[in-house]
Design a protein around this ligand. Structure first.
Ligand SMILES: Cc1cc2nc3c(=O)[nH]c(=O)nc-3n(C[C@H](O)[C@H](O)[C@H](O)COP(=O)(O)OP(=O)(O)OC[C@H]3O[C@@H](n4cnc5c(N)ncnc54)[C@H](O)[C@@H]3O)c2cc1C
Length: 405
């Protein structure tokens, strides 16, 4: 590949990944594992105190890529999921417990702090000698034969850009791709906490009138919390002292895990859903939140991002085996088509669940209760839903199936 503008600072590679959040780092590692000459354009991300519940397929992919060993000591298994209707409404759903053993798994997945996940990924990228430029990309421009990425101190010329630059994506704008975006009247307060009683590897989701209140195990007697509230309540909780907030969260958790004490690092996130009109165009493929943002309900966001990364790496690896152009329109069209059903099905499921909690409309509350009742009682339906939640039939790239890219 010829360098971009011939300047002394120019770099060239086959593929550039722009963005060093978890999705971008995994894409760069998967591409490198496939023998691709990859350039990572990624400033070191700010500390992210959120956690990610990595579902079984994502854990398999990280294992195959050689990253899981460094993640495992920081991750807690999720063996059981408990859903409690805490809406205090007339029509309430029964409490439901799901065990991973029902679908032949030790755990539905593992919960890990994003700080530890990103550190393990960044260390592995370095170990693989992935070239990394640690300043932001300033501009991205595609033409018939490649893409030129303008950097702080030069340019890079590549055949394909993987845009992993988050919800306000420069890559998406450069590809001329618009989005479909909607804000919910809710905000998520996130934090990690210690508690007196063991969580027994059980994630507990209280369904409240303002949205889910979800405690997810971390190693030891610690859990992460995603508490979805209206904006004013979230701001009021976020402004509390540690002691006040610990007591308030224990009250909301009905003292299920005993006395609680919150740790530093609170996050406040406005809930939105956003989907790019296309996931790839003009030699630019979008992954992670550059392609789709879903509300933090049901641990879907980054798991989708990992499947994006695995899919794009697989398509690039296949194109190289056939000596084809890794930025060709056919490859981009296959990527877009391959990801759409998975992304849209998660978006719709999360949206339906969230709306059914917010509504005051009695028949919808009844439907939610009835659905959970049926899922609880009908074994095959229950197992099919659990399998679909953890290993979606619509999208199982090779890495998620335990095969190399
Ligand atoms: C409260 C909450 C809880 C969540 N819990 C879960 C969960 O349990 N499970 C799950 O699967 N998902 C979860 N998610 C979703 C998950 O956090 C996101 O999907 C994930 O963080 C997105 O990762 P990303 O790499 O796509 O984007 P980001 O993490 O946003 O990374 C984008 C990166 O690109 C960089 N960047 C931006 N512009 C440029 C540029 N021009 N040049 C170079 N770099 C650039 C940024 O600096 C950043 O580092 C949750 C989300 C929220 C809000």
């Amino acid at each position: 590949m010829a360098p971009g503008d011939g300047g002394k600072d120019s770099m060239s590679a086959e593929v550039a990944v722009i963005g060093g959040g978890p999705a971008g780092l995994i894409a760069a590692i998967a591409l490198k594992a496939a023998g691709v000459d990859v350039l990572l354009i990624a400033p070191v991300p700010q500390d992210d105190h959120r956690t990610t519940a990595l579902l079984a397929g994502s854990v398999t992919a990280l294992t195959i890529l050689g990253v899981w060993e460094a993640c495992r000591p920081h991750a807690a298994p999720l063996s059981t999921i408990r859903i409690i209707d805490d809406t205090r409404r007339l029509l309430r759903a029964p409490e439901v417990l799901f065990n991973a053993a029902e679908i032949g798994l030790d755990a539905f997945g593992y919960n890990i702090e994003n700080i530890n996940l990103v550190a393990a990924l960044a260390a592995h990228a370095e170990h693989l000698n992935i070239a990394r430029h640690t300043k932001v990309a300033r501009a991205v421009a595609s033409d018939a034969t490649g893409v030129t990425v303008k950097l702080a101190d030069g340019t890079a010329r590549v055949r394909l850009v993987v845009g992993a630059d988050g919800a306000r994506s420069l890559c998406r704008a450069a590809a001329g791709i618009g989005t479909d975006r909607r804000a919910y009247p809710q905000t998520a307060l996130t934090l990690n906490l210690a508690h007196a009683r063991p969580h027994d590897e059980t994630s507990t989701e209280f369904h409240t009138e303002s949205g889910p209140f979800t405690l997810v195990p971390l190693p030891g007697r610690r859990s992460s919390l995603v508490c979805v509230l209206d904006g004013a309540r979230a701001a009021a909780l976020a402004a509390m002292t540690d002691a006040e907030l610990s007591a308030e969260i224990e009250r909301r958790a009905h003292s299920l895990l005993g006395k609680m004490s919150v740790e530093p690092g609170r996050g406040v996130f406005r809930l939105t859903v956003e989907t790019a009109h296309s996931f790839a165009h003009a030699r630019i493929a979008l992954i992670g939140e550059a392609a789709h943002v879903v509300p933090p309900i049901g641990a879907q966001g980054l798991n989708l991002g990992l499947r994006d990364a695995a899919t794009v790496a697989e398509l690039v690896a296949d194109a190289r085996r056939q000596n084809a152009d890794v930025g060709a329109p056919e490859l981009l069209a296959r990527y877009d088509a391959g990801r759409r059903a998975d992304v849209m099905s998660r978006r719709i499921a999360v949206d339906l669940l969230n709306r059914s909690l917010l509504t005051d409309f009695l028949p919808v509350q009844g439907m939610r209760g009835l659905s959970l009742y049926l899922v609880d009682r009908i074994g095959p339906l229950r197992r099919a839903l659990l399998r679909e939640g953890v290993m979606p039939a619509a999208s199982q790239p090779r890495l998620m199936r335990g095969e190399m890219v």
